[in-house]
Design a binder for this molecule. Structure first.
Ligand code: 9MG
Length: 290
């Protein structure tokens, strides 16, 4: 597997795991919805300031999303999604030294974001929407393919698997094959098991425990667990009180092979991963001297 991603005019090193900071430009995301809105209007200033702060805290990627995937979220038109995402992507790309990913399943949004400078596509629907596959191929940007069982509205209605890890791997292997057949280079593909997307608490725990199995697919692994209900169910906390649990999950994910962690709380995650790195490097020094 390559230790970097070529993202248009940037090269993103994955030699060390990196933090992707979440910038939800939606009024209704599950944990931070509406934070960047003033009187129902998205504030470009607030969004840019939030991105700037995440970059200062050590985010290597800012993930800009305009459509909530929370179960029960209102569906929006392509124009609404474009209105939310375009100016923010343009502003961050021109003002900040960071890779920008666009969290979208909509081909028109992928195109517009790429034209404005976006570096990656983060698609929770793994390029299933009509036109998404050829758009991603034409744009030539790295793309994150996520596993989801069902659609956001109903995905948490009693999800069932015989073997969640093997089924996620089979799904991602098939999407990689479809992407390659469409002309997307393997080096451009990131994979994501989709924590919380059509999975029970137990499914998420099994996946986190056995995340390293996904290395068989030979692609960088992206993981998003930050503030999710899996953490809430374990620690019994509301979404804004899930920092400690989210940090444990990020450290476990990276220990088990994740190269990109998608989080709300950038600085604490960067520091938690610094501790993990120090311990891991000390271990390998130890092994060399034995
Ligand atoms: C947009 N979004 C929400 N949760 C996510 C996750 O777990 N992974 C990725 N790639 N995107 C996510």
């Amino acid at each position: 597997m390559m230790s970097y991603l070529d993202c248009g005019d940037r090269r993103l090193s994955l030699k060390q795991p990196v933090v992707m900071g979440i910038l939800n430009v939606t009024p209704d995301s599950f944990s931070d919805g509406g934070e960047l809105f003033s009187q129902d209007q998205l504030s470009l200033e607030k969004a840019t300031a939030r991105a700037r702060a995440m970059v200062a805290e050590g985010a290597a990627i800012i993930d800009v999303g305009g459509e909530s995937t929370r179960p029960g979220a209102e569906s929006i038109t392509i124009q609404q999604e474009l209105n939310r995402v375009a100016l923010v992507v343009e502003r961050i790309c021109s003002e900040l030294d960071v890779a920008v990913s666009v969290d979208t399943s909509t081909p028109a949004v992928m195109r517009e974001a790429a034209a404005l400078g976006a570096h990656l596509i983060n698609d929770v629907r793994a390029l299933h929407r009509s036109g998404a596959l050829c758009t991603a191929q034409e744009l030539g940007l790295p793309v994150s393919l996520m596993h989801m069982k069902g659609e956001p509205g109903h995905m948490q209605d009693d999800p069932h698997y015989e073997d969640v890890v093997e089924e996620v791997i089979a799904f991602l292997a098939e999407r990689i094959r479809v992407c390659q057949d469409a002309g997307i280079a393997k080096e451009k593909i990131i994979i994501d098991p989709g924590f919380g997307f059509g999975k029970s608490l137990q499914h998420n725990l099994i996946l986190l425990n056995r995340l390293a199995r996904l290395e068989v697919l030979d692609a960088p692994i992206l993981v998003g667990l930050s503030r999710k209900s899996t953490i809430g169910k374990i620690v019994g906390r509301e979404s804004h009180e899930r920092l400690n649990g989210s940090l444990s999950a990020a450290v476990l994910a990276v220990s088990n092979g994740a190269r990109i962690v998608r989080v709300h709380d950038v600085r604490p995650t960067v520091e938690a991963l610094q501790v993990l790195r120090a311990v891991t490097e000390e271990n390998s020094q130890d092994e060399k001297s034995e």
